[in-house]
Design a protein around this ligand. Sequence first.
Ligand SMILES: [Zn+2]
Length: 340
Amino acid sequence: MRALTLVADRKLELVEAPAPPPPAAGEVQIRVRALALNHIDVWGWRGMAFAKRKLPLVVGAEAAGEIAAAGPDVTGFKPGDPVVMYGALTCGVCRACREGRDNLCEDVHGLMGFHVDGFARDLLNLPARLAVPVPAGVAFRDAACAPIAFSTVEHMLFDNAKLQPGETILVHAGGSGIGTAAIKMAKAIGCTVITTVGDDAKAEKARALGADHVVNYRTGRFEGAVRKITAKKGVDVVFEHVGADTFNGSLLVLKRGGRLVTCGATSGPSATINLMQLFQQQYRIFGSFGASMRNIRDGLAKMAGGLLPVIDTEVALADFERGLARLESRQVFGKIIVHF
Ligand SMILES: [Zn+2]
């Protein structure tokens, strides 16, 4: 079978690998059908000095597939069932796992495709508890966006920021994989959505997704634009993942008591914040990383109801690296899918 492995920084090799053994008790064997790319793939590909991992490593952090075989005691899955995979090897027994707060597992054994072998291979064995059924009618390429993109946005908007119908939200980088999902999910519950993009072509596409106001951050400051749009009131929620370039401005455009939720820092990891402003304005800041299994199920249910991810491009497995380069260049609008 094929496996796409990272052998050195920025060096991928598509190799022939032995197929996995039949699934053991508690496992399923999954035939991968589609991958979706994320910034975590770009970080892993560039190389990160502090990441504890050994090369070569099978890449691919977000995927959908179908059950090829189920272990002897596994019920609930049969060959041919479409599934997506929870990509962190949680312990399944700690308090956080038992309570469904999977992304706070106290004994997580790494992120697949980053710390340990990932999904860019034809077949793999996985604990059955980490497989999530895909509802009928959802295509593999869409389902592949559920385990990271859709679930991260679910977790940020609804578990952390507790976004309510009728509120106003600023979504940064509205052309990104998670930005496009955030626009669609916030519009679906009746929010007013302001978003930022880096060029006019993306502005048109963001409007087509339902964004009420689109700010080109290259031609004007988003802080002033948001103040004008909200008649100086500010927004209820900011959806952050840009980091150093926008973080302070994001706090500035919040209403008193507003919520900022962040899951990334693509422009840089450090910001200085004014603590007087933080407590006087009663801001609430949420760090968000990953999602729960429930968030994945909720995201898939939205897809089944017609709220689909925005797909930028689809590439073949051999062109994975080209997909990463496109993601790194920030030319994308939506998700990049790798099909098998
Ligand atoms: Zn755990």
